[in-house]
Design a protein around this ligand. Structure first.
Ligand code: PSV
Ligand code: MN
Length: 397
């Protein structure tokens, strides 16, 4: 039986749970084999922000949008006023700034890890320009992902590349000020296939430690080997005060960019459980940017984003329902079955009535998907954008 204290815990958790949406999730993207163009997909940064605003209006839990510098700020800081204005019009904020040092031709052999010092300089300059954008937008987080690595044994010095990374990241860290943070994302595979320069959380952690106190780890749930215990990584990073953000998505085989929780909702729940357990034990919620990183080729992008935010809220509410006193006591006594059942009790509790009640209490639609469908937004977007999307080729796969 769920006690009223647990319900209160879940309501409070929802109050403080904001999910940041990726601007790139609203544009036509796809796989490297094919792109199925959606006539309603956003074709400009303004349209991406409008779509994010539509999601936030229905869900009330997605107030900010992560942006990718090359795709959303093609003219660098000069684009800031227009982007800020569009965000304000559509009722969202600009969130994490993502530099892009993986698409230009010069990055074939890497960016911060490139053996050519001239290319390393170009990559650093782009990241420093991104800090300028961060200053101008007031975004707290600079979110870094590097495609760097080598794809064939013997084709690069793993240690030299590490040293170049340390040098670049340290310099970049020095450009941050105020409350700004630098999030370092890891990924073991793709596009490098032999030795990625930031392949796992240990490497991210070490780079952060070399960089300075503003540098923390970002966990993208799709960036792990099969069967890796992500919640254990989360628990370790929490206990070291080194976890600053997530990129949420689900996967079956690799970095599949599927809807959060579609394959393994229990894993999402276990990740959130570590966070809620930590919050209960320490008396404070960790400072984590919960971001989505998904690109949808098949489902409608806006509806899918609503589905994702709903899944995230459901799993977070379930994790907040865990009876922490009880599970801690069972763990201390070695009551394995009772401890595990305490966790499972929360996971199997239907939180949908609680979510509906929470939404009502905030003046939000009880069913965000139905509200979005009733709004006619999608039909209008199709009408307005179909022509622009005809024959569109995605900018990123
Ligand atoms: C790379 O796979 C990644 O997860 C990084 O976060 C990028 O910024 C994002 O996807 C979009 O390409
Ligand atoms: Mn990511």
């Amino acid at each position: 039986m769920t006690s009223s204290k647990q319900m209160e815990q879940a309501r409070a958790a929802l109050d403080n749970f904001a999910i940041e949406l990726p601007s790139w999730g609203f544009a036509n993207t796809g796989t490297r084999f094919g792109k199925f163009v959606q006539s309603s997909a956003a074709t400009t940064t303004e349209e991406k922000l409008a779509d994010a605003g539509a999601v936030h209006r229905c869900t009330g839990c997605c107030p900010s949008v992560a942006v990718h510098v090359l795709w959303d700020f093609p003219n660098g800081a000069a684009d800031v006023p227009a982007v800020m204005q569009a965000a304000a019009v559509h009722g969202v904020r600009i969130g994490a700034i993502n530099p892009n040092v993986f698409q230009d031709q010069c990055y074939k052999n890497g960016s911060f890890g490139n053996p050519d010092p001239e290319i390393r300089k170009i990559a650093l300059a782009h990241c420093l320009d991104s800090v300028e954008i961060q200053n101008a937008t007031g975004s707290r987080d600079l979110s870094l992902w590097f495609a760097d690595g080598i794809s064939y044994p013997g084709t690069g010095s793993i240690r030299a590349r590490k040293d170049w990374f340390v040098e670049g990241l340290r310099t970049l860290h020095g450009a941050l000020s105020g409350d700004q943070r630098m999030l370092v994302e890891y990924k073991p595979f793709e596009p490098a296939f032999y030795a990625t320069d930031i392949a796992d959380w240990g490497m991210s952690y070490i780079y952060c430690k070399h960089s300075g106190p503003r540098a923390k780890v970002l966990v993208d749930t799709g960036h792990h080997y099969q069967a890796q215990n992500i919640e254990q990584i989360v628990a370790w990073l929490l206990s070291e005060n080194m976890l600053a953000g997530f990129h949420f998505n689900d996967r079956r085989y690799a970095d599949d960019d599927l809807t959060l929780g579609c394959m393994d909702p229990y894993q999402v729940f276990r990740i959130f459980h570590e966070i809620c357990y930590f919050t209960w034990e320490t008396g404070h919620a960790p400072d984590i940017a919960y971001m989505v990183d998904q690109s949808h080729n098949l489902k409608n992008k806006i509806e899918e984003t609503i589905q994702t935010s709903n899944n995230a809220q459901e799993m977070f509410a379930k994790a907040a329902l865990v009876d922490h006193e009880k599970i801690a006591a069972h763990q201390m006594k070695g009551d394995l079955i009772d401890a595990e059942e305490t966790l499972r009790d929360a996971f199997f509790t239907d939180v949908r009535p609680l979510l509906r009640e929470w939404r009502r209490s905030k003046g939000l639609p009880e069913d965000p998907m139905a509200a979005f469908r009733e709004s006619g937004y999608l039909q209008k977007a199709e009408r307005d954008r179909a022509e622009k999307n005809r024959g569109a080729v995605a900018s990123y796969a």
